[in-house]
Design a protein around this ligand. Structure first.
Ligand code: AMP
Length: 179
């Protein structure tokens, strides 16, 4: 067991009550991203958990998901696909609107971002209701990809987003679950 396996992300994740609005306990992944040990731990841990799953590409959800996706892509030996908020991607895109814990938004994917039949692992910092992740999986499938699974650093267990994804037949792995 390597030294990075001992790492407890709960000690590093920040907690900000009433951000970005009253009643939301914001779980801040920034301190995790600032740690090289934590980044390595995340990559190793997801690589172990998705070891038997086919992964041809890793998709990151804007914006904190990009960091997780890049750490994983280097470990899995793949490239990164960016799933972005509306209006950021050039060329022909597909759009999907979705609800989040504190509002609603539109997500976008370039029409040629995923090759037909490619197995895509979706990464984000946190899953709350799962609305963002569902929209991301729908976009990947609409452009001809297959979803290998979902990798989240943090899961808000009470909101049961992972249950929603598992009901759709997806494999979901979260490194820290808050209830
Ligand atoms: P959801 O679609 O409800 O699963 O929301 C997930 C997205 O919203 C992720 O991209 C998170 O970065 C962000 N998010 C939602 N709730 C929180 C929270 N309590 N703390 C930090 N980020 C959050």
């Amino acid at each position: 067991m390597g030294a990075t396996r001992q790492l407890d992300l709960r000690d590093i994740i920040g907690n900000y009550p009433d951000f970005p609005k009253d009643g939301i306990l914001f779980r801040d992944v920034n301190p995790v991203f600032r740690s090289n040990d934590a980044l390595k731990f995340i990559a190793d841990e997801f690589h172990r958990r998705f070891g038997k799953v086919k992964v041809d590409a890793v998709a990151g959800i804007e914006s904190r998901g990009f960091v997780v996706a890049t750490a994983l892509a280097l470990k899995f030996g793949t490239g990164v696909i960016m799933i972005r908020k509306a209006g950021k991607l050039p060329g022909k895109t597909l759009k999907k609107s979705y609800d989040i814990e504190y509002g609603s938004a539109v997500m976008e994917l370039q029409h040629d971002a995923v090759k037909e039949g490619q197995n895509v692992l979706v990464a984000d910092d946190l899953i709350a209701t799962g609305g963002t992740a569902v929209a991301a999986s729908q976009l990947i499938q609409q452009v001809g990809g297959k979803v290998s699974g979902f990798a989240f650093v943090i899961e808000l267990g009470d909101l049961n987003g992972s249950g929603r994804l598992r009901k759709m037949g997806h494999k979901v792995e979260s490194l820290v679950v808050y209830n």
